[in-house]
Ligand binder design. Structure first.
Ligand code: ADP
Length: 417
């Protein structure tokens, strides 16, 4: 005996309605299709009273023709549509058994099977549709998930490409600036070289003649004093020619292993003069450095140029700091020199131009605008880099980085690197 079976009914919209537990509904049908007997379960699930069905044709409560039932055969199964008293329809599978009377086989027993065991066809079809729809939705969700992952990946790629593009743009801009700078420098270098060449001969002649005259004239005479002034002026010219030569790089001296700290100390013998009576406090912090391949005279020139500008930027005095340190740039050892002042600083617009030849903010007669462009050229000549940090009112710092001589040589502390 099966006690807890559950029937389910499906209405026209396919909605499932549970039916309380009951025994299998059984109807005994005569061979001409009339109802002989029914059990309570059958009456209950069809909603008819016994007297309403007894002796009535099968067609009263089912849409399945009796011929189809007969065709399913004894011990067979048939999917039937039952029609309940209230008009609701119910699809169920029924098994067919034979009932034998005294004279043999004379009736059929229709046993409606619990839908949990047999599943009614409509329900099955609905479940199939729901499952297919679920499968389809799952596929679409998977597709959307893939799509979302793809989009996220694309966004990441776009971000990365943007960063790369920005990096490349920055590099391009730097390279372009350097190119512009070096082409300007090379044109000016040619000019300076021609000028130095043209001037040096007459200057040598004037210098020689005035020296002769100074020697032959009576000391203290008016002429003697005047020729001495000429000689003094001509020596100044000689020094200008020397600078022009340095600028044009035509008289490049041989590079030799150089201790940058030593160059700084020697330059400061002269620099002290520059700073005297300017109320400038000098702070030095020189760390041991690897030797660089350099020209002490030219490096001295760079230091003097930068310190002269620092002095001019601190008209009321201030602090000048000179620091060196051994560092590594791109995995290679190098010497770094930083020169900071607590002066007026440089506005952003000017900062882009300070290495340009002839860029000056100084009064006429006080600045030529070539000090930093010469320094730039000299540092480049040493395969180095010169950079500047500055803001108005917050002072200025120049950083010069020059690679160590290769192979590393004795450093300024006397050690081998
Ligand atoms: P000059 O000193 O003859 O003007 P430079 O090429 O040496 O030429 O310097 C160019 C300009 O850079 C200066 O006129 C000045 O405006 C600016 N400058 C350089 N160094 C400093 C500094 N330490 N503080 C403020 N301005 C500076």
């Amino acid at each position: 005996m099966r006690a807890n079976k559950t029937f389910a009914e499906f209405d026209d919209s396919g909605t499932e309605h549970p039916v309380r537990p009951m025994a299998d509904p059984v109807a005994i049908i005569s061979l001409n299709g009339l109802v002989i007997a029914l059990n309570n379960a059958f009456l209950e699930f069809t909603g008819y009273g016994e007297d309403e069905l007894a002796g009535k044709p099968l067609g009263l409560f089912t849409e399945t023709p009796f011929d189809a039932v007969l065709a399913a055969g004894v011990d067979g199964c048939i999917d039937m549509i039952f029609r309940k008293r209230d008009g609701r329809r119910l699809a169920l599978t029924a098994s067919i058994s034979s009932i034998c009377g005294k004279e043999g086989f004379d009736a059929l027993a229709l046993v409606a099977r619990c839908p949990a065991e047999t599943e009614c066809r409509e329900g099955r079809a609905l479940i199939g549709e729901v499952m297919a729809a679920r499968e389809e939705i799952k596929k679409r969700i998977d597709y959307l998930e893939d799509f979302r992952t793809g989009i996220l990946q694309m966004v990441k790629e776009i971000d990365r490409s943007e960063e790369e593009l920005e990096g490349a743009y920055r590099l391009l801009k730097e390279t372009r600036d350097q190119l512009v700078q070096s082409s300007k420098m090379s044109v000016l270098g040619e000019l300076a070289s021609d000028l130095a060449h043209e001037l040096s001969q007459p200057v040598t002649i004037i210098k020689g003649l005035s020296q002769n005259m100074v020697e032959s004239l009576d000391e203290g005479s008016a002429c003697h004093e005047k020729v001495k002034l000429i000689l003094h002026a001509i020596k100044k010219m000689e020094s200008v020619i020397k600078h022009l030569r340095i600028f044009s790089r035509k008289d490049a001296p041989a590079m030799a292993p150089t201790d940058l700290n030593r160059v700084i100390n020697e330059a400061f013998v002269m620099i002290k003069e520059l700073l005297s009576s300017h109320a400038i406090e000098v702070r030095m912090d020189l760390k041991p450095l690897p030797l660089i391949l350099g020209s002490p005279v030219r490096l001295e020139q760079v230091i003097i140029n930068i310190v002269t500008n620092a002095r001019d930027a601190m008209p009321k005095g201030g602090v000048l700091e000179i620091r060196t340190s051994a560092e590594s740039a791109g995995g290679k050892p190098c010497a770094v020199l930083s020169i900071s002042d607590s002066g007026v600083g440089i506005p952003a617009d000017n900062l882009k131009r300070i290495f340009d030849p002839f860029f000056t903010t100084k009064e006429p007669g006080k600045g030529t605008g070539i000090g930093l462009s010469i320094s730039y050229g000299i540092v480049k000549e040493h395969d180095g880099e010169i950079t500047v940090e500055s803001a108005p009112g917050r002072g200025t710092t120049f950083h010069i980085t020059i690679p160590a001589a290769n192979p590393p040589e004795r450093n300024s502390a006397g050690d081998f690197e």
